[in-house]
Every structure is written in structure tokens, then in C-alpha cells.
Design a protein around this ligand. Structure first.
Ligand SMILES: C[S@@+](CC[C@H](N)C(=O)[O-])C[C@H]1O[C@@H](n2cnc3c(N)ncnc32)[C@H](O)[C@@H]1O
Length: 279
């Protein structure tokens, strides 16, 4: 790892972004992503960080709007941590939504989560004008085709936040300067992960907005005051948040009892290495 980190620090900027298809719906990609999210220690560590963070944003009995819910793993971590919380999850991909529905049914969460097929850049009025305590967008922005669509998504998020007074949690990959850094890191820390899952992560990092790009677009959308953090020593994940109108909450969630062994260690390392976080 030290060599990968040093090469990244010394690498010149200017790496081109390689966009992915916006809607992630082909059966094989959905299955890889969903299976990986349930088993892969690195992915589960990220879900744990997101759930702990959102726990600090949500008042008791709160309502969360999750944008780009995918197969439901990230939101499931929030709902399992906080049995008092209700959610609406939005995605454009029918296969993702069907997989999320199966997950929530299997985990006994479906009474607390509603799924809606919609575009996060132009939400239906019923969601845009809803009463939310938190809005989350996790591992989704890198799928947007360009900065114009990114800007539309962030303006929509800013409008919902402004109207509802919700807390906000936005997290995603951050594109690194060195194109070989992410593949080398995954080979180093996760040599046994399935090739399809690893290729998906590598493509997502290449499609991600850099920290500078995302910060600039957040500011342009009226979200320049968000707090932010990133993982270290290799800054391939970035997060932005604000507390809602009801302020900061002492996290009340239960620790994920299924986090054990390598996953527990990776979650702790990610948490400790993150430069700032809301909890
Ligand atoms: C990589 S998945 C992440 C899912 C989930 N948040 C997680 O962390 O596991 C990103 C999801 O965003 C969805 N997505 C991308 N652009 C979207 C848009 N404009 N409107 C709604 N969903 C979108 C994709 O279909 C995909 O399911």
C-alpha cells in the first residue's frame, strides 16, 4: 500500500473521467453488486460508515429519502441500525428495485421502506415536497453521465433539503489521479474478491467525480456549506453532510451484529482513517 499511496500523491492531475451507463439494470451487474454488497468486507465497511453517519442525522422516528437506492444494501444498513426510522428509496432501475424489495422482505424491513421508480434529477412532486428528516445519496453520483446531469441532481437535492430542513448525507467514490491506484489497491487489500465485482469497482472509480469537481458542483447547487471528509491514506471515497433543522442527534442506533472478523476490522480502519464524519 505505501507505494500506491506515494505514486498517487506524486501523480500529475488531469486524468480523464470514463462515464458508466447511468442506469445500472442489467441482471449480471445487479447480481454482482447485490451479492458483493452482502459479502464483500470492503463494501460492507462502507455501508457501515454510511449507516453510522446517517444515524447521527436522524431524529427519533425520522423519515429518510434515499436517492439511488440500488439493490437496497445501503438503506438496509440504516434501517437495521435504526428500527424507529421509515424510508422511501428511489431508483430508475427496475431490476435494482425488485432486488431491493426482495431484500427488505427477507430482512423484515418492507413495512418501513417504500420503493419508487423515479429520476433523482427530477423527482415527482410527492417526493420533492415531502417531509424528510434526512436525504441520502450513496454511491450513486458517479453513475451520472456528465457535470450537467450531476448539477441537476444536486440542485434537486438542495431544493428538497431547503424545503424540508432535512439533514443530508452524500457519499461516493472519488476519482484518483493515478489510474493504476484503485486496481492496485483492490489487488492488495481484497485479492480474493470476484473479478466481476472488482471490475465494477474499478469502472466506478474511473467514472467518479474528483473531490474538486464534486465540491465545485455542490457549491454551484447552493450546497457549498456542507462538511466533508474522505478516506485515507488513499482518498478514493468522499462524503459530504449537514445536520438538519432539528440539529445534531446523539446516535441511537444499534451496532450491526453481523459485522465480524475481517469486515469488522475493515469498518474500523475505514472509520478511523476518514478525515471527518458526523458521528
Ligand atoms: C451503484 S448503485 C448504488 C446503490 C446504493 N445506494 C448502494 O450504495 O448500494 C447506484 C444506483 O443509482 C441509480 N441511478 C443512477 N442514476 C439515477 C437517476 N438519475 N435516477 C435514479 N436512479 C439513478 C442506478 O440505477 C443504481 O441503481
Amino acid at each position: 500500500m505505501p507505494g500506491i499511496v506515494v505514486r498517487e500523491r506524486l501523480h500529475s492531475p488531469g486524468r480523464e473521467r470514463i462515464p458508466e451507463p447511468m442506469v445500472m439494470d442489467d441482471a449480471e451487474s445487479v447480481a454482482y453488486f447485490h451479492t458483493g454488497g452482502g459479502a464483500n468486507p470492503g463494501m460492507r465497511a462502507v455501508y457501515d460508515l454510511c449507516a453510522r453517519s446517517i444515524d447521527a442525522l436522524l431524529p427519533p422516528g425520522g423519515r429518510i429519502l434515499d436517492l439511488g437506492i440500488g439493490s437496497g444494501r445501503a438503506l438496509s444498513a440504516v434501517l437495521r441500525r435504526r428500527p424507529d426510522v421509515h424510508a422511501v428509496g428511489v431508483d430508475l432501475a427496475p431490476n435494482m428495485l425488485a432486488t431491493a424489495q426482495e431484500l427488505f422482505t427477507a430482512e423484515g424491513l418492507d413495512g418501513r421502506a417504500e420503493l419508487v421508480q423515479a429520476d433523482i434529477t427530477a423527482l415527482p412532486e410527492s417526493l420533492a415536497a415531502g417531509s424528510w428528516d434526512a436525504v441520502s445519496c450513496m454511491w450513486t453520483l458517479h453513475q451520472l453521465p456528465d457535470v450537467e446531469v450531476l448539477g441537476a441532481a444536486l440542485r434537486q437535492i438542495a431544493a428538497v433539503q431547503r424545503d424540508s430542513g432535512a439533514g443530508l448525507w452524500i457519499s461516493d467514490f472519488a476519482r484518483l489521479k493515478d489510474p493504476s491506484a484503485c486496481p492496485a489497491m483492490l489487488q492488495c487489500v481484497d485479492p480474493d474478491s470476484p473479478m466481476g465485482l472488482r471490475q465494477d469497482a474499478i469502472a466506478s472509480e474511473a467514472a467518479a467525480f474528483t473531490r474538486e469537481e464534486l465540491s465545485a458542483e455542490l457549491a454551484a447547487a447552493g450546497l457549498g456549506g456542507l462538511r466533508c471528509g474522505h478516506c485515507t491514506p488513499l482518498p478514493y471515497l468522499q462524503a459530504y453532510w449537514m445536520f438538519g433543522a432539528r440539529g445534531k442527534h446523539a446516535p441511537i442506533g444499534q451496532q450491526d451484529s453481523a459485522l465480524n472478523g475481517q469486515t469488522r476490522r475493515e469498518a474500523a480502519l475505514l472509520r478511523w482513517g476518514f478525515t471527518a464524519k458526523p458521528f
